[in-house]
Ligand binder design. Structure first.
Ligand code: ADP
Length: 321
């Protein structure tokens, strides 16, 4: 019997729910296809430190429903320079690893692209709650985060309604308003502040005053990239003359057991990424477009910024009137 081909998998950058399900899919499908799978801990840091485990089917048992990543994630400054990359490549070569699957976001894919330029075969699996990676409708973790957030906002709405309150709720999303728009639509938010649109506090305040008779409570969702919720709340309070409560949801948005959609994506992305390495492909990520699993060259996604869906933004506005 010949030596088995060996590939590695890492989770890198911000953790996202469903990363574990993706590791499981890569490991079990890879083994099914006759490969050996190494899991390196802490993303690129683990590649530099040669810190890994050999994944067998049992080692990825019982993790499909757990948030975070059992291979841990990390950010590695050292990997950003050639020296660090050379150390990582040296370790992969010494271990006989022929390809690498990187589960992460845009930054992690830029690192993978550097490895590709130095002769390592790399495939990316998009995983970030922000869903800001161009070239795919969904990244792993986004759907779970939306569901966690709408659960939290529903609780806030109970209090807002009962006490006749204005609430300003800050959600994650880095420089993108995608989480804010999607949760705003799903929660029936009255206003959504996103970095892609000019923030108009005076307009919001006037609208709140005008609709005072028909609206008992008001929900304002602020994307973290647009403004600080506390500042928005102070301005509204000043202009409207009513109490305004603030809730910054923070890191509870990132954890939790993955939704059905994120688990399904993890399974399909995992399978596709292993197939691509077997076919000798590199320098691309897997994704989903119009419910079909697709591939995208890294270079194409690096040159694009994922915009917001204007129609969703407008619909939220119409439905809040
Ligand atoms: P995400 O993948 O969630 O966007 P980061 O942007 O923090 O997360 O990137 C994760 C890691 O990827 C970084 O800590 C670094 O090691 C590596 N990385 C990011 N950008 C580059 C780059 N331009 N070149 C090489 N490595 C990079």
């Amino acid at each position: 019997m010949g030596v088995k081909k060996r590939i590695a998998v890492i989770t890198s950058g911000g953790d996202a729910s469903g990363m574990n399900a993706a590791i499981r899919a890569v490991a079990r499908y890879g083994i099914y296809k006759g490969l050996e799978i190494y899991g390196f801990y802490e993303g690129y840091k683990g590649l530099i430190n040669n810190n890994f485990i050999v994944l067998d089917p049992a080692s990825v048992g019982g993790i499909i429903d757990r948030g975070g990543t059992f291979l841990y994630s990390a950010r590695s400054e050292r990997f950003k320079c050639r020296e660090g990359q050379k150390e990582a490549i040296g370790n992969m070569k010494n271990n006989g690893i022929e390809g690498l699957i990187v589960i992460g976001g845009d930054g992690s894919f830029r690192g993978a692209h550097e490895l590709h330029k130095q002769g390592i075969k790399v495939i990316g699996i998009p995983a970030t709650i922000d869903n800001d990676i161009p070239g795919t409708d969904y990244s792993i973790g986004f759907d779970t985060a939306l569901n966690v957030i709408i659960g939290l906002i529903s609780k806030i709405r109970d209090t807002a309604y009962s006490h006749d309150r204005i609430f300003v709720i800050e959600v994650m999303g880095r420089n993108s308003g995608i989480i804010a728009i999607n949760t705003g639509l799903a929660c029936g938010a009255d206003f959504i502040l996103i970095p892609e649109k000019k923030v108009d506090i005076i307009g919001i305040a006037e609208s709140i005053k005008k609709n005072r008779a028909s609206k008992r409570h008001t929900l304002v969702i602020v994307a973290e990239g647009a403004a600080r919720a506390s500042e928005v709340a102070s301005s509204i309070k000043l202009l409207v003359g009513r109490e305004v409560r603030v809730s910054v949801l923070g890191h509870i948005q990132r954890g939790g057991s993955p939704t059905a959609l994120d688990r399904k994506l993890a399974a399909e992305f995992g399978k596709k990424s292993v197939d691509l390495l077997i076919e000798g492909k590199s320098d691309c990520m897997v994704g989903i477009k119009a419910m079909k699993i697709i591939t995208q060259k890294f270079e194409d996604i690096f040159e694009t910024v994922k915009g917001i869906d204007e129609s969703l933004y407008n619909l939220t506005d119409i439905l809040s009137r």
